[in-house]
Write a protein that binds this ligand. Structure first.
Ligand SMILES: *Cc1c(COP(=O)(O)O)cnc(C)c1O
Length: 371
């Protein structure tokens, strides 16, 4: 297969998802698998469901609709507060949504009444990352008003840390979430779900003695990239190679590393002067910023990216000449995948389909006694 493509290894994703589901399950925590980076890809979602996630989550209604149209019956949560202009689509396609605004909750209720369905909501509480969330002092009051809305079910509460300001999920913040859950329950009765956060919570999970009331984590990055997002370190036992971008060489040459003559700005602003290392082998690749950002693009060992404009990438291949028509494979970080899946020029190829194995039967009878 030729041309610019994003290879997605379903085997790597399946391995990571199974490992993390088991890891969380040992602490009584269910995993909501987050598919937003891959735009709600039904193939990736199926892999997550087979790995045992309790539900799926995505931040955009378009992706939720894509998941639903693919025929999945797993519960789907819209993990960004619904747009007021989209509440009808939300109650039609998402089983649940994460919410922070009274106006949106009231509109969801009205939409659910119109459609004759029940819609479940979790209230998100602000615990220090300063992105979404009702202030802790207003949470109980919002819960009390929410449970009075027809056709809405208050399923639980949640919080989100790390994404905006890098706020670390720790014992103090998670204890605060548990305390708030208890306060809400005193006011409105039992909550089924306490959603403690995202992949950035895994470090907390690995080190805490007490998960408190937390019984759900919404995991995207850790499953898809095998890294924890606080320091981007690889998680032991997980694969970090689920995504690769393959681009084709359209010119091969030996060129100087320094520019002769006066310089000004490049296509994307000021250009670093760079060191004159003499001539080197250069490969020009048919990929650019319209397909992938300059960040999080990992070139093959022994090569380096000298620059990337709208539709050309300049790769220094050192002593190694590359032939026109040959292919170069890049590893990708979160931002790079986000860009690549959103480019109409990047074809997606699913590789290494996982072996579909039946879920291991629960031991019973004499087996269980000896286990
Ligand atoms: C993106 C997102 C997640 C998943 O975050 P990862 O770091 O990819 O695990 C969870 N919750 C919310 C609200 C999000 O926006």
């Amino acid at each position: 297969m030729t041309g610019l493509r994003l290879e997605i290894s379903l085997g790597a994703i399946a391995h990571n998802a199974r490992t993390l589901v088991a890891h969380c399950d040992r602490r009584g925590i269910a995993v909501t698998g987050v598919t937003k980076v891959v735009l709600g890809s039904p193939a990736v979602a199926r892999v997550l469901v087979q790995a045992g996630v309790a539900g799926l989550g995505d931040s955009r209604i378009e992706n939720v609709e894509r998941l639903r149209r693919s025929g999945l019956s797993t519960p789907v949560t819209l993990i960004r507060s619904p747009l007021l202009s989209q509440v009808d689509r939300v109650v039609a396609m998402a089983d649940r949504s994460l919410n922070t605004e009274w106006a949106v909750l009231a509109a969801l209720s009205a939409a659910a009444v119109r459609r004759g369905v029940e819609h479940e909501v979790l209230l998100m509480v602000e615990l220090g990352d300063l992105r979404e969330g009702v202030l802790p002092t207003n949470l109980v009051r919002l819960a009390e008003r929410t449970v009075r809305l027809p056709h809405l079910r208050l399923r639980g509460i949640g919080t989100n840390l790390a994404c905006h300001r890098g706020t670390r999920p720790d014992d103090a913040k998670m204890a605060e979430l548990s305390r708030l859950a208890a306060a809400v329950e005193r006011a409105v009765g039992p909550l089924a779900v306490i959603s403690g956060g995202n992949s950035a919570n895994l470090d907390w999970l690995a080190t805490t003695d007490d998960v408190g009331r937390v019984n759900d984590l919404r995991l995207g990055e850790a499953i898809l990239f095998g890294r924890e997002p606080l320091e981007r370190t690889p998680i032991a036992g997980l694969r970090t190679d689920a995504f690769a971008l393959v681009a084709e060489v359209i010119e091969a040459n030996v060129k100087a590393t320094a520019v002769a003559g006066p310089t000004a700005q490049g296509a994307f602003g000021p250009v670093a002067a760079g060191r004159d290392r003499g001539p080197s082998h250069r490969a020009l690749l048919a990929v650019g910023r319209q397909d992938v950002g300059p960040d999080g693009l990992q070139p093959p060992p022994g090569t380096s990216v000298l620059g990337i404009s709208s539709d050309h990438l300049v790769l220094d291949t050192g002593m190694e000449p590359l032939a026109v028509g040959s292919e170069v494979r890049f590893g990708l970080g979160y931002g790079a995948v986000l860009a690549a899946v959103t480019s109409p020029f990047v074809r997606q190829v699913l590789v290494e389909a996982p072996v579909v194995r039946p879920r291991r039967p629960v031991p019973h009878g004499p087996l269980a006694a000896t286990a």
